[in-house]
Ligand binder design. Structure first.
Ligand SMILES: Cc1cc2nc3c(=O)[nH]c(=O)nc-3n(C[C@H](O)[C@H](O)[C@H](O)COP(=O)(O)OP(=O)(O)OC[C@H]3O[C@@H](n4cnc5c(N)ncnc54)[C@H](O)[C@@H]3O)c2cc1C
Length: 377
């Protein structure tokens, strides 16, 4: 029996929530609706530094890494407020969510204390180097290779769909370091790659919303020192699986289209019964998903493995969010004035939404995880 137990933020969390709200109301005053909707591609290093100064990045990390030793639920509340407000979080998000925790857990003691405090200050940004051409869902078939040399490794290959590589300082890249052997997932390792290293080329790719968010990152004889091997050689698959748990469990997995929801609520007339029913139904779904997502935060807080529950929340969240453009067009299609905030945000989310069930693991892959977790395959 799989349970996601409810988890209620305590009074301390709620008082932190008010501080974050106040900060965001002041900092983002007059920030346009479309910019809020585009928060995933909106990198604003000055904003990230201000969050860092407030102690709202690396919140749960030990102090020796520049962290603030706060609880998972306090962190959750801060993320929820940032996302609901459409704050420009893209610069530091990946580093805060998964690269920092990965380095703290797996990088050598000589490396993590040099890099992680910069993440917590909101000054050092990361990207994720997993996917390649023909290798997204099936990471066991990565072709990027790292070959041992005296004092380090040489990387050859290319990563694809790398979000934010053009503004990141570092990538954590998955590469093949040994044969597959009995397990297809054997022989993979992760490396910290400074993107300024000679031999790294970052090429832009435009997405269908017209933004430059993804990249191809090519490695042509890129040398990294021994200390940049993150974790043990051959353990890359286990490390990536743990990392994906962090990637899939946060409130971003159901708050990516929140700006469209807010615009619809603002635009609906209280007299329109059809709108009341449709929006009320969405609100009920959001309330349930939020409880489930908080439940996953509770699992993390207890040090439990979030993999199965995170996959369920991400799949349900993507399904809900992908229904928003249809609801918007159904309720307001004919009455959306061109150039209005609702029309701009609906247009953007319509083009962005297909990616919600691809990034961080496709719908089918998540359902495979759920089926396996429930003992059905
Ligand atoms: C917005 C966005 C941001 C991204 N950012 C990054 C990033 O920063 N770093 C990074 O490394 N990657 C990133 N990706 C890539 C993403 O992880 C991959 O697109 C995703 O894992 C799918 O891989 P693929 O595109 O190769 O599709 P494929 O794996 O080729 O899948 C194609 C289709 O086949 C289905 N399929 C595949 N295998 C199975 C199976 N075993 N059972 C059932 N169905 C299956 C899939 O569900 C999908 O529908 C990003 C993608 C998006 C959309």
């Amino acid at each position: 029996m799989t349970r996601i137990d409810p988890c209620i933020p305590d009074a301390g969390c709620e008082s932190l929530r008010l501080q974050v709200r106040e900060f965001l109301a002041e900092t983002l005053r007059g920030y346009p609706a479309l910019a809020r909707a585009r928060q995933w591609s909106a990198a604003d290093p000055a904003f990230s530094r201000r969050l860092g100064e407030r102690g709202w990045i690396g919140m749960t990390w030990p102090r020796r890494y520049g962290g603030h030793e706060r609880s998972q639920l306090e962190r959750y509340v801060v993320l929820e407020e940032l996302l609901a407000a459409g704050a420009p979080v893209a610069a530091h998000w990946t580093a805060d969510r998964q690269s920092g925790p990965m380095l703290i857990r797996c990088a050598p003691d000589t490396l993590a204390p040099k890099i992680v405090p910069g993440i917590a200050r909101g000054e050092v940004y990361f990207c994720i180097g997993l996917s390649e051409s023909d290798t997204g869902s099936d990471l066991a078939s990565v072709r990027t290779r790292a070959t041992r040399i005296d004092g380090g490794w040489v990387l050859e290959g290319a990563k694809l769909w790398t979000t934010g590589a053009h503004r990141a300082h570092y990538m954590i890249a998955l590469a093949r370091t040994g044969p597959q052997g009995e397990s297809r997932h054997a022989g993979l390792s992760q490396f910290l790659v400074d993107l300024d290293t000679p031999g790294v080329t970052v090429r832009p790719i435009r997405n269908q919303a017209g933004e430059h968010d993804f990249n191809e990152v090519a490695f042509d004889g890129v040398e990294v020192p021994d200390e940049c091997l993150v974790g043990s050689p051959g353990e890359g698959w286990a490390q990536v699986s743990a990392e994906l748990g962090f990637e899939r469990s946060g409130p971003e997995r159901y708050l990516s289209g929140m700006q469209l929801m807010l615009e619809m609520i603002d635009s609906a007339s209280a007299q329109d019964a059809r709108a009341r029913v449709a929006l009320g139904r969405l609100v009920a779904h959001y309330a349930t998903l939020r409880q489930m997502s908080l439940g996953v935060a509770g699992l993390l807080a207890r040090g439990e493995e979030p993999g199965l529950s995170a996959a369920i929340v991400k799949d349900l969240g993507a399904t809900l969010e992908q229904s928003l453009p249809d609801v918007a067009h159904d309720l307001f299609g004919r009455s959306m004035p061109a150039g209005s905030a609702l029309a701009e945000v609906a247009d953007y989310i319509t083009r962005a939404a297909p990616s919600f069930s691809l990034r961080g693991g496709t719908r089918e892959i998540l359902r495979n995880i759920v089926a396996r977790g429930l003992g059905l395959r």
